[in-house]
Design a protein. Structure first.
Length: 214
């Protein structure tokens, strides 16, 4: 468990980038990790955990309740499948809304307010899910009208383009975040320093924290 060294690295990066450390939220991406690893991180003060699969999210939520790990904020980071929407709606934050239809379904079945991010695809050739830049304004307007969802920001996974470094994509998402007044969920184990320098609000870090998945 590398939580304290990681926190220090984030703090140092914020200082170098002229960022306020309190503007940054660290999400421990616990997908594929044992529940024991979550307990260890929890005891070290982590409360934000991210999962990519609905069934794994549900199972770990149940284990957390049984073990009285109170105060956890669960972040859903993976692809949204309509047949798993009820499980996904149990998350506190969903980072991967990439269709208005999914937002409408979540709004309809939600039993609590859910914070959400819209996943953005800045390079359609990369075949990732997400709203294109051209579709984003209309999607934001429609989704902001849904009463059970609270739009926090935009999310991105850097496209795989050999000629482009992560900073290129982070700059583009930052510009969109500024345009719409939204926070940014971007930056993972290999590129979180560049993400901080370009305005990230939420970092999604797994292997750098937990080590390789078992």
């Amino acid at each position: 468990m590398n939580l304290e060294p990681l926190r220090q690295e984030i703090a140092d990066t914020c200082q170098m980038a002229g960022r306020d450390l309190h503007e940054i939220s660290l999400i421990a991406v616990s997908k594929g990790q044992s529940f024991t690893a979550i307990v260890e991180a929890y005891r070290l003060g982590m409360r934000d955990f991210g999962e990519n699969y609905a069934a794994e999210l549900s199972m770990k939520q149940q284990l957390a309740r049984e073990n009285k790990l109170d105060g956890i904020k669960w972040h859903y980071l993976g692809a949204i499948q309509t047949n798993k929407i009820k499980l996904i709606a149990s998350a506190d934050v969903i980072h991967s809304i990439c269709q208005v239809r999914h937002a409408e379904l979540l709004d309809k079945i939600a039993t609590k307010n859910i914070d959400i991010f819209l996943q953005v695809n800045l390079n359609p050739d990369d075949h990732r899910q997400g709203f294109t830049q051209a579709d984003l304004a209309d999607a934001i307007k429609e989704i902001k009208a849904l009463p059970m969802l609270n739009l926090l920001g935009l999310m991105m996974v850097c496209p795989v383009v050999a000629s482009r470094k992560p900073a290129f994509w982070f700059e583009r998402l930052h510009a969109l975040g500024q345009l719409f007044g939204l926070d940014l969920s971007m930056g993972m184990s290999e590129d979180f320093r560049e993400a901080i320098a370009h305005g990230a609000s939420y970092l999604r870090i797994g292997s750098k924290l937990f080590g390789p998945r078992g």
